[in-house]
Design a protein around this ligand. Structure first.
Ligand code: ZN
Length: 215
């Protein structure tokens, strides 16, 4: 969701309210100062930059665990999306009637995939988000797992998505949004076939796909 975890040396004006932003000189915008939405500040013994948690909508949660400590919330998580395999997805989707998109968003199956990246990964795999999970073939799940690892890896490289107010931990804007194929592109032409990208609501989430390329 929205919210930001970033270091003290963050430079993005996105971290400020628009009024605060407009009142500042260009030089003053270069360093973040905690505001009313900054709920946590973490300092380090080595005197490195502090870390801030800023969360306007208050959805964020932070837990401090000692290394190796167990926690029920963490135990419920599925495989880390960066380590997923086709076999794991195939086993999770087998005989399931749930839409494949909803399976991929289920954090107890796959941890770390959000709405944007699921739409993008399904597009790159040619699978329609509404298809029943049990109707996705083993081969398609293989491809999907590859694409998920690639899409997330690429996103980490380019610094995430700045669709709303995401900023990277160093405070700069994420760059992945410029490579989007379907997410929030409804009505625009598909980069593969030119067909208009469609938007539907699935599992209460905005869902985007190409009606021609995704079956
Ligand atoms: Zn297409």
């Amino acid at each position: 969701m929205t919210g930001q975890l970033f270091s003290e040396s963050a430079t993005s004006p996105r971290l400020m309210t628009s009024t605060a932003r407009s009142a500042l000189s260009p030089e003053a915008q270069l360093r973040f100062r905690p505001d009313a939405h900054t709920h946590l500040r973490i300092g380090f013994e080595d005197a490195g930059p502090q870390l801030f948690l800023r969360d306007v909508r208050k959805f964020g949660k932070l837990m401090l665990l000692t290394p190796g400590e167990q926690h029920p919330r963490l135990d419920k998580l599925g495989i880390d999306a960066l380590e997923v395999s086709g076999e794991i997805l195939f086993a999770a989707g087998r005989k399931r009637k749930v839409a494949v998109k909803n399976l991929l968003l289920d954090q107890s199956v796959l941890a770390g995939m959000g709405n944007i990246y699921v739409d993008e990964a399904l597009c790159l795999t040619g699978v329609r988000p509404t298809r029943r999970a049990g109707r996705v073939t083993r081969r398609e799940y293989e491809r999907l797992a590859q694409v998920i690892r690639k899409v997330l890896g690429r996103s980490i490289e380019t610094g995430g998505s700045s669709i709303r107010d995401y900023v990277t931990p160093d405070g700069s804007d994420g760059g992945y949004q410029f490579e989007r194929r379907v997410y929030a592109r409804q009505g625009e032409p598909c980069v593969e076939c030119g067909e208009a990208i469609r938007r539907i609501v699935l599992g209460q989430r905005g869902t985007h796909y190409c009606p021609t390329c995704q079956k």
